[in-house]
Design a protein around this ligand. Structure first.
Ligand code: BG6
Length: 487
């Protein structure tokens, strides 16, 4: 494999001492540098308010990398030579010391002004930090400068627009990398290859052959101590507006004219623009009550530390989307997500149409299953294609069987999403990042639901959500596909 083309650069992590930086970014970055033989091109600068100096930050980085499974000797060497820290100290509004430090690191390491600014920060700090980077001139250099913004990107349409306009006052869109880590998952990227490199599926990929599409992001975990964020966000903002919207657009988009970032993203935006407003009767909100998961009792959402005792935040959303274009008109896209469901499972189900008549009636009950393509993203990545066969010896009994493909069986362990995304940032490839108009189109679709008083139904933790969600999909004759398919 050839070495990726990555210029020598400074990787600046705002929120360097935080959880995201230590548990996800540094391990992913280090793994990438080692695997791709890139250790000599990257210097890391952690930035935060704590006054811990280079040594204090190196200690944290070492600990994080060793916990992530890397060998101590190699990690020690890397941290001593490539990891640095700048405290914003008691006057975090003053970026002059930071600017001076960046300049001196670039000189010492012969870096020609190439900089990544990664905002691994709580979203309320984004605007201030973006402004300070811009006002202190750090967005300008003799090399390339890229800024990475984590999700959630805004809390509704107007806040997303404000954030976009602030970013655009200091950065060109080609410098902005809005992260949705779902796009870094190998199977999510593979949706495009699967669709556009294989004619057998693409020729069936429309309202002529597809009855409905169902996409599930189920989690057995609760809110994991994130009440201060989650109680204000809820599942619609946390998963639907971003991760689920991404999956829908990748499944529904038209082939791009060229396989290139802007062409691909334009096709995704068109899907969002083709969706009419979501009727409130097509939406079910839920919140978990106490229950049992994996034989362990878990508390209700309202009893989670930090949530309001009368909180009406939704931890479950099921809804039906429609896409009013030639390819998809009339095909319902059912999407759902929930916390404290029985298991962790992300899957896309393509339900093909039934045969127009049943010609086996005299011999069998004619319970013909429609063909189904199941794309699993978690916990196992792969595909299953279900079809009916005749059971041997029985006169004419039909049985559903499947063909399957499992990523790990074929290729071994897959790289983590952050590793993939960081490499793209370093190479300047924006395909897997969300463009300004895409984020706004998605908020345009979902913001009206935040403004409506959608009732929240309760469900026992460890079950598949409120019964209202089953009733809702049954109205059109559907059922949720709940079981995890063993690969
Ligand atoms: C994050 C959400 O974006 O995605 C979390 O904030 C959620 O609430 C997580 O648990 C799920 O990601 P993954 O990769 O584990 O499916």
């Amino acid at each position: 494999m050839s070495k990726p083309s990555v210029d020598k650069h400074l990787f600046v992590i705002f929120g360097g001492t935080g959880n995201l930086s230590l548990t996800k970014l540094l391990p992913a970055l280090y793994n990438l540098l080692v695997k791709k033989n890139l250790k000599d091109v990257c210097q890391v600068l952690g930035v935060a308010t704590k006054d811990i100096g280079d040594e204090g930050f190196r200690e944290k980085a070492r600990e994080a990398l060793i916990t992530a499974g890397f060998s101590k000797d190699e990690v020690d060497l890397w941290c001593d030579s490539c990891v640095h820290y700048q405290s914003l100290g008691k006057s975090p509004e003053n970026y002059s010391p930071l600017a001076a430090r960046i300049k001196s690191l670039e000189e010492d390491h012969n870096i020609k002004g190439n900089r990544v600014f990664y905002l691994a920060l709580p979203p309320p700090s984004f605007p201030t930090v973006i402004k300070r980077i811009g006002e202190s001139g750090l967005n300008k250099s003799s090399g390339w400068v890229r800024i990475v913004v984590e999700k959630p990107f805004g809390v509704d349409l107007s806040s997303a627009r404000e954030l976009n306009s602030l970013l655009h006052s200091y950065f060109d869109e080609s410098q902005i990398y809005r992260i949705d880590h779902y796009l870094g998952k190998e199977t999510v990227q593979n949706l495009l290859i699967f669709r556009f490199a294989n004619t057998i599926f693409e020729s069936l990929w429309s309202r002529d052959r597809i009855e409905s599409v169902q996409i599930t992001v189920a989690e057995s975990i609760g809110i994991e101590g994130r009440a201060s964020y989650y109680d204000r966000a809820g599942a619609l903002r946390d998963i639907v507006q971003n991760h689920l919207a991404q999956l829908v657009t990748l499944i529904a988009m038209e082939p791009p004219a060229v396989f290139e970032a802007d062409n691909i993203r334009s096709e995704k935006v068109k899907v969002l623009h083709s969706m009419p407003w979501i009727r409130p009767e097509y939406v079910v909100f839920g919140q978990y009550e106490k229950g049992t998961i994996n034989n362990k009792e878990v508390s209700s959402y309202k009893e989670e530390p930090g949530t309001a005792s009368d909180s009406s935040t939704e931890t479950y959303v099921a809804l039906r989307l429609e896409i009013d274009n030639w390819r998809w008109q009339g095909v319902p896209f059912y999407i759902r997500t929930g916390k404290r469901l029985p298991l962790r499972m992300t899957q896309i189900v393509i339900n093909f149409r039934h045969p127009p008549i049943c010609m086996f009636k005299p011999y069998s009950s004619c319970q013909i299953q429609s063909n189904r393509l199941l794309i699993t993203l978690q916990p196992d990545e792969g595909f299953h294609l279900f079809f009916d066969v005749k059971e041997p010896e029985e006169s004419l009994r039909l049985k559903t069987e499947s063909l399957h493909f499992n990523y790990k069986e074929a290729f071994g362990p897959l790289p983590g999403a952050y590793q993939t995304l960081i490499l793209d940032i370093l190479e300047g490839d924006q395909t897997l990042f969300v463009r300004a108009d895409e984020v706004e189109a998605s908020w345009q679709l979902f913001t009206p639901l935040l403004e409506k008083d959608i009732p929240v139904h309760f469900y026992e933790a460890g079950t598949w959500g409120p019964k209202e969600a089953d009733e809702f999909i049954a109205r059109k004759g559907g059922i949720w596909l709940n079981q995890e398919v063993q690969m």
